[in-house]
Design a protein around this ligand. Structure first.
Ligand SMILES: N[C@@H](CCC(=O)N[C@@H](CSC=O)C(=O)NCC(=O)O)C(=O)O
Length: 282
């Protein structure tokens, strides 16, 4: 297990918001993650809530814009916010990279294409390596973990929960719910997984929920009605909801009048999400 290097530490709501870096085996590069440690985390083992961010984000967007620390401190939850992709890979051809492909846009899959398969392994990083790093370095209750995220990170949270059964609860803000049928997903899955669209289904929440047979799981989806990406058919929540209904997987869908895709929307409702996860974790 590689050593953690502390990058920053700030006291907040009697706990600490920290950022660490470590050498990732899965991604073959140095990775940052942010972690909120509530006041009593030194004396007491606590559950962990993982938050996955969206396109263009790193480990700090949620930390600086959502205000989650107030609620996590009240409930006594450790919250981990990883970066969204490998970074600064030496020798990697980045000419095709853009804000919605490449760095900051790894889509939480394990790439199979020659160009990216060595480094773009965010699925294994999130669902295995990062959990080991957190469990071995912090005072956590192993196996008491939940996951949530936003947009590309909402997709990541949903597939991580549906594919592994490792998480006690899952929620998502404006998730990319059916990536195999939206422009963002088609672009990234072609780049990371190749042209065989059948293989993409392994990382699509709508496809995965249709055949879900893991431990009991409810999907909590939060969506702003004025979300620009909802209107551009990037998110497709109704496809996920229809599939969940058919498969008899329970879900909560909250359509929030007037809210967009931004962190203003997330900041408004993140307290409800932390409450929801706390009920499953505490
Ligand atoms: N092209 C724009 C839009 C990028 C954007 O809106 N990113 C969202 C996530 S979208 C889906 O994954 C985001 O979370 N942005 C970060 C933020 O702090 O708001 C651009 O390049 O900005």
């Amino acid at each position: 297990m590689s050593e953690l290097k502390e990058i920053s530490s700030n006291k907040i709501f009697n706990g600490y918001q920290k950022v660490f870096s470590h050498q990732s085996k899965e991604l073959s590069c140095e990775m940052n993650f942010a972690i909120f440690l509530p006041a009593d985390s030194a004396e007491k083992k606590l559950p962990v809530l993982y938050y996955l961010s969206g396109l263009t984000c790193n480990e700090l967007n949620c930390v600086q814009k959502s205000g989650f620390q107030r609620y996590a401190a009240e409930k006594g939850l450790i919250v981990v916010c990883p970066d969204t992709s490998p970074r600064n890979i030496e020798g990697l051809d980045t000419k095709d990279f853009s804000w919605d492909f490449g760095y900051g846009a790894a889509f939480y899959v394990d790439s199979t294409t020659d160009a990216y398969k060595k480094n773009f392994r965010m699925y294994s990083y999130i669902t295995s390596e990062l959990i080991d790093v957190i469990n071995s370095n912090f005072n956590v209750i192993p196996n008491k973990q939940s996951i949530f995220g936003h947009s590309m990170g909402g997709h990541g949270a949903l597939i991580a929960a549906l594919k592994t059964g490792l998480y006690k609860s899952v929620s998502a803000f404006a998730p990319i719910s059916n990536p195999i049928n939206c422009p963002w997903g088609e672009k990234c899955f072609t780049g990371y997984l190749g042209d065989n669209r059948e293989s993409w289904k392994e990382y699509d929440a709508t496809e995965l929920v249709a055949k879900y047979n893991g431990p009991p799981l409810e999907l909590f989806i939060d969506q702003g009605s004025e979300d620009q990406f909802l209107k551009e058919n990037q998110l497709l929540p109704n496809n996920l909801i229809e599939a969940a209904k058919k498969a008899q997987v329970p879900f909560i869908y909250k359509l929030r009048d007037g809210y967009d895709h931004s962190y203003f929307f997330i900041a408004t409702f993140i307290g409800e999400h932390i409450d929801y996860h706390a009920k499953h974790l505490l």
